[in-house]
Design a binder for this molecule. Structure first.
Ligand SMILES: Cc1cc2nc3c(=O)[nH]c(=O)nc-3n(C[C@H](O)[C@H](O)[C@H](O)COP(=O)(O)OP(=O)(O)OC[C@H]3O[C@@H](n4cnc5c(N)ncnc54)[C@H](O)[C@@H]3O)c2cc1C
Length: 389
C-alpha cells in the first residue's frame, strides 16, 4: 500500500504509526540501503513531517520508546537527534547561514568556469548514471535516501567540482523536507567544512553495494580535499520572554503543531498563518502552504478562535492583522535560523514601534538540547541524550 505523505499532521501520525515497529533492529540493519523510489520501507519517510513539526521530535521519540528499548532503537533515535543537533548548531552560529546565502546570491550572478558543468548536472546529463537518476528522482519525488544525498553531494563537489552552495540550494528548493540547518550543514560536512578537514568521498563500490547493484558509476573522484574557512565560535542563545494576557498566535512553516506549545499564561484570541515564498519548486511551496493551512485550521479549532491566512510574512500584513484583532502581543512558535526567522526578525523590529510585541516561544525540547550543540555531534549526544534515553 502506498504511504500517504500528504502535508498534514494526520498523514504524519499515520506514517509514524506504520513505521514504529521497524524502528529497532530492522532500521539498524537495513537503513543504509537505497532500494530506489519504489521501496522506502527500510526508512521512516518522516522527514517532511518533522521538518515542519507537523509531528514533533518528542512525539516520534515517545512512540518509538513505547515499542522499543533505548538500546534496540538507538540508531533510529540518534538519527532523530541529528536534526535537533544541526538546528542547535546553526542557531548558535547565524553567520554561517547568512554567509551561505550571500555566497549563493553571488554565485548565481556569476558565469564562472563551472557554469557548463552546472547546467549539465541540473539537466541530469553528466553521464554518471546514478547522479543523473538522482536528479530525476529529486524532481519527481522531492526526496532522496540519506545515503544518496551523501553520494550526490560528494560527486557534486569532488567529481563535478561544482560549488557546494549551489548543490545545497538545489536540494533546498526540491526536497519536501528541505531544511536550512540539516541541508546546509550536511553539505558543509561532505565538503569538509563542518568537521574541519574531514570530507566524505563517494566510491563506486559503496554505491554498488548499498544500491543493490542498481548503480556502479565509473570515473568518480578518488580524492576529496577539504575546503577550509576560519572557525565560527558559538554565540549564546537568546533568552525567552514569557507571553501573558490576550495574544494573537502567528504560525510560520517551522512549527505546525501549535496545540502542543507551552503558552503559559497567554490566552490566544486570534490565529493567523503566513508563508515566506523562498524560490522553492512549485511542489515544495504548495506542500509548505498546505502544511500551514492544516496547522492553522487545527490551531483555530484548538483555541476556538477565528483564523486568518496572511498574504505574506511582511510587516504590513502582520501590522494590519494585529490592529484588526486589537492585539498588542503576537506570539510566534520559535523560528530557527532560516528564511522565516529572517522575515520575523524584520517584522518584530518594525511593529515594536507600533506598540506591538512579537514574542517567540521556544519548545522545551529545543531549549534543553540546543545549548549542547556547541561542538561535534558526539559531545552533543552526551549533553542532550536524555531526550531520547
Ligand atoms: C547532503 C545532505 C542533505 C540533507 N538535507 C536534508 C534536508 O534538507 N532536510 C532534512 O530533513 N534532512 C536532510 N538530510 C538528512 C537526511 O538525509 C534526511 O533527514 C533523511 O534522509 C530523511 O529520510 P527519512 O525521514 O526516511 O529518514 P530516517 O532514516 O527514517 O530517519 C528518521 C529521521 O531522523 C532524522 N535524520 C535522519 N538522518 C538525518 C541526518 N543525517 N541529519 C539530520 N536528520 C536526520 C530525520 O528527521 C528523519 O526523518 C540531508 C542529508 C545530507 C547528507
Amino acid at each position: 500500500m502506498a504511504m500517504n505523505l500528504a502535508p498534514a499532521r494526520a498523514a504524519g501520525l499515520a506514517a509514524l504509526d506504520d513505521f514504529v515497529a521497524a524502528a529497532g533492529r530492522r532500521y539498524t540493519d537495513t537503513r543504509n540501503y537505497d532500494h530506489g523510489p519504489g521501496d522506502r520501507t527500510n526508512v521512516s519517510m518522516l522527514s517532511r513531517f518533522l521538518r515542519y513539526r507537523l509531528v514533533t521530535e518528542a512525539e516520534v521519540v515517545a512512540a518509538v520508546r513505547r515499542e522499543h528499548s533505548a538500546a534496540a532503537a538507538e540508531k533510529f533515535l540518534q538519527e532523530v537527534l541529528w536534526r535537533t543537533y544541526w538546528k542547535g548548531w546553526l542557531e548558535m552560529r547565524p553567520s554561517v547561514w547568512t554567509r551561505y546565502r550571500a555566497d549563493l546570491a553571488g554565485l548565481k550572478m556569476q558565469t564562472g568556469g563551472w557554469r557548463a558543468a552546472y547546467d549539465r548536472a541540473l539537466a541530469g546529463n553528466t553521464g554518471i548514471d546514478c547522479f543523473d537518476a538522482w536528479i530525476a528522482e529529486l524532481a519527481t519525488h522531492g526526496y532522496l535516501h540519506n545515503h544518496a544525498r551523501m553520494w550526490f553531494a560528494s560527486i557534486w563537489i569532488f567529481t563535478l567540482r561544482l560549488p557546494w552552495q549551489l548543490g545545497a540550494d538545489l536540494f533546498y528548493r526540491q526536497l519536501f523536507d528541505g531544511d536550512p540547518a540539516s541541508n546546509t550543514l550536511s553539505w558543509r560536512w561532505v565538503a569538509g567544512l563542518q568537521t574541519a578537514g574531514k570530507t566524505y568521498l563517494a566510491t563506486r563500490d559503496n554505491i554498488a553495494r548499498y544500491t543493490g547493484g542498481r548503480f556502479a558509476p565509473a570515473g568518480l573522484a578518488t580524492t576529496a580535499t577539504a575546503l577550509t574557512e576560519a572557525p565560527t565560535p558559538p554565540q549564546a542563545l537568546s533568552p525567552m520572554m514569557p507571553a501573558t494576557g490576550r495574544v494573537g498566535l502567528l504560525l510560520g512553516e517551522d512549527d505546525c503543531h501549535a496545540e502542543s506549545l507551552a503558552l503559559g499564561g497567554a490566552r490566544v484570541t486570534a490565529v493567523a498563518s503566513a508563508t515566506v515564498a523562498d524560490g522553492r519548486s512549485a511542489a515544495v511551496e504548495t506542500f509548505v502552504a498546505n502544511a500551514l493551512t492544516d496547522a492553522r485550521d487545527r490551531a483555530a479549532a484548538h483555541f476556538a478562535v477565528a483564523a486568518d491566512a496572511l498574504p505574506a510574512l511582511t510587516t504590513g500584513a502582520v501590522r494590519d492583522w494585529a490592529r484588526r484583532c486589537d492585539l498588542t502581543t503576537v506570539v510566534v512558535p520559535y523560528a530557527p535560523i532560516g528564511p522565516t526567522r529572517t522575515a520575523l526578525d524584520l517584522v518584530a523590529a518594525a511593529i515594536v514601534t507600533d506598540g506591538i510585541a512579537l514574542v517567540p516561544v521556544r519548545r522545551a525540547w529545543d531549549s534543553a538540547a540546543w545549548p549542547a550543540a556547541r561542538r561535534g555531534y558526539f559531545a552533543f549526544r552526551e549533553g542532550a541524550g536524555t531526550l531520547i534515553g
